[in-house]
Design a protein. Structure first.
Ligand SMILES: [Zn+2]
Length: 243
């Protein structure tokens, strides 16, 4: 394989690599869409779980307080009886004080129960909103998953076909050239550059005049001193009228 053929083969390889990159981007994008939706769903599931345990903790505190209040009401009855049975002012004052204290304790608990009920309502509303959001995302996922999966398998099929073409092209190149191309491509994203006017078209840096001269004289593969890509000379295209 002469140099001109190597250049042509490298051009084919670079073209296939550009196609592969487009396909890989598309695969990543579609997988990304699916995983973003799935991640949101998982996150919301966690949020709902937290909300539900918050609700049962609040509910438990509330019924504990209600039980306490009930017990205190019984004590209140008891204190009222004491007041009725009191034989002197001292006993009656003591029973009165006990009644007052118990009434205050009951009131405190009722206030707490009221606060907890409000909090429960808020948490419940939050959970309802989370569930609504989950439903929306599930529906979106349900609607898209089939399409995306179908499109992914199509793109992945194309990718496999292109990868086959690529390895056939790669096998034609001298191993050393292919290795160098791969090394540069792994660092720069692309491995091949061309020049028409003395600047590297990949990195836009001017080539040393000596190098440009050598590239123009005959088909030859060099490396751009700035970006290291394999570089060759492409004669200026004839201007094509596009009217
Ligand atoms: Zn360059």
């Amino acid at each position: 394989m002469n140099i001109a053929e190597q250049i042509k083969t490298l051009e084919e390889l670079a073209a296939v690599d550009a196609e592969l990159k487009t396909l890989d981007d598309q695969i990543a994008l579609e997988r990304g869409t699916l995983s973003t939706l799935k991640d949101s769903l998982k996150e919301l599931e966690g949020k709902l779980g937290t909300g539900q345990s918050q609700m049962s903790a609040l509910d438990k505190s509330r019924s504990d307080l209600m039980n306490e209040a009930r017990t205190m009401m019984q004590q209140l009855d008891h204190s009222r009886e004491k007041l009725n049975r009191s034989r002197n002012e001292r006993e009656s004052n003591a029973a009165q004080r006990e009644l007052e204290e118990l009434r205050k304790l009951v009131r405190d608990r009722e206030d707490e129960v009221g606060k907890l009920s409000t909090e429960l309502d808020n948490v419940r509303a939050g959970n309802d909103a989370t569930e609504a959001e989950m439903k929306k995302i599930s529906e979106e996922l349900g609607g898209k998953e089939g399409d995306i999966t179908a499109s992914l398998s199509k793109v992945e099929g194309e990718r496999a076909e292109r990868a086959g073409v690529r390895s056939a092209i790669a096998k034609k190149l001298p191993a050393q050239i292919f290795r160098r191309y791969e090394l540069i491509r792994s660092k720069r994203g692309t491995g091949l550059a061309k020049t028409t006017d003395g600047t590297c078209r990949a990195c836009n840096m001017s080539l040393p005049p000596q190098l440009f001269h050598r590239l123009r004289r005959e088909p030859v593969l060099e490396q751009c001193p700035s970006c290291n890509r394999l570089i060759y000379f492409e004669p200026p295209q004839q201007a094509v009228s596009s009217t």
